[in-house]
Design a protein around this ligand. Sequence first.
Ligand SMILES: O=C([O-])CC(=O)C(=O)O
Ligand SMILES: [Mg+2]
Length: 213
Amino acid sequence: MYINASAENITVYPAWLRPEQDLVQALAAYPPALIGDVRKRLDMMSADIRCLTPGARLAGTALPIQIWEGDNLAIHRGLDEAKPGDVLVISGNAVTNRSVFGGILAEICLHKGVKGVIVDGAVRDIEEMNEMGLAVFARAVVPAGPSKNGPGYVGKPVACGNVVCNPGDVVIGDQDGIVVIPQSELNETLEALPAQENLERQIRDRIKEAVAS
Ligand SMILES: O=C([O-])CC(=O)C(=O)O
Ligand SMILES: [Mg+2]
């Protein structure tokens, strides 16, 4: 950690397997809306979790962190476990009167190769993070800062934006929002995507033909 604090009360769960980056990148070629459609229109986070860094696209593997509301010690501790390609998926139990993530944590994320952060709670320093190029999704923005006392969990499944997210699940986000793909279903999801894309193309072609005729 880069802060002077004891992380004794943060429980870190055993390391998990991360999916192949090639598989993550292949899924990242598709937008969350299309991925959600092939996943029975389930597994998408609440509309309250918004992209706060305009234009950002996000794709990576989940590193779940459960914080104590308004406290970010578990995020600092969790970043010690982060690997390149991870996305921090942080449950703050939807509490938004304290920001739990900001520019300093964003700097650690970039240094670690973390692709972005999804917070079921609030963040701050949003202009700074925008310039830094980290994809940030959260429920709210507020300048009030957090405590750093814990407790918390790192690497235990969390609920974020009403969706359960396990360590190593793939999360894909754009301006529409976030979809979560369970690690055991990555291949079947990827295989189903071209047909869904084709279906949409056919509808668009019919529209073009109708307009042209
Ligand atoms: O003060 C905090 O812990 C949150 C924050 O603003 C930062 O990470 O820059
Ligand atoms: Mg700050």
